[in-house]
Write a protein that binds this ligand. Structure first.
Ligand code: 5GP
Length: 158
């Protein structure tokens, strides 16, 4: 038992767990400099660059260097590094674009509109009509079900 065996692999094979290797995502290639990007920030754990198909000027992607597909898979170390730098990058994007409002978008899973399977946070300035469009279809809250769900979620936090 113990941790899954991870062995270093040639760059083109990406992450391997047991005998299953995932191909590198485009974001890993951007971190490595194999694909060009307009970089705005880099430290030991985090990389940030402009989105190639921006919803508005200054649309920025903030990614961990750790190659994980969804937010819940991130190590505490990467999560802390992202949390530390994200507000600073928001301030920088707002200052550079002159925007006074913005959205943070973070998609997990294809059904939730994630196209690149490497964790990323979008910083999307709201500039006139440009920016993130949101369709927010809220539903009625059921207090009995809500109480059960809250209990179940609380019991699952690790
Ligand atoms: P998702 O839908 O996965 O949350 O968003 C992925 C984002 O990555 C999209 O906004 C898309 O424009 C951006 N993107 C995809 N490929 C590239 C690329 O090669 N370079 C850059 N800079 N952004 C990319």
């Amino acid at each position: 038992m113990g941790m899954p065996h991870r062995r270093p692999e040639p760059a083109s094979l990406g992450i391997c767990v047991y005998n299953r290797c995932m191909p590198d995502t485009i974001f890993i290639k951007i971190i490595r400099g194999e694909i060009p990007s307009h970089k705005v920030y880099e430290d030991e754990h985090v990389f940030a660059f402009l989105d190639i198909s921006p919803l508005s000027a200054g649309h920025t992607l903030v990614i961990p260097k750790e190659a994980k597909a969804t937010l819940g898979e991130l190590s505490d170390e990467s999560a802390a590094a992202i949390g530390r730098v994200l507000p600073r990058l928001c301030r920088a994007v707002m200052k550079a674009t002159g925007a006074s409002a913005y959205n943070i978008l973070q998609n997990n899973g294809a059904a939730a509109h994630q196209a690149v399977m490497h964790v990323h946070f979008h910083i999307i300035p709201k500039l006139d009509n440009a920016g993130l469009g949101i369709s927010w279809k809220s539903t009625a809250f059921d207090h009995a079900k809500g109480a059960e769900l809250a209990k179940s979620i609380a019991a699952s936090v690790q």
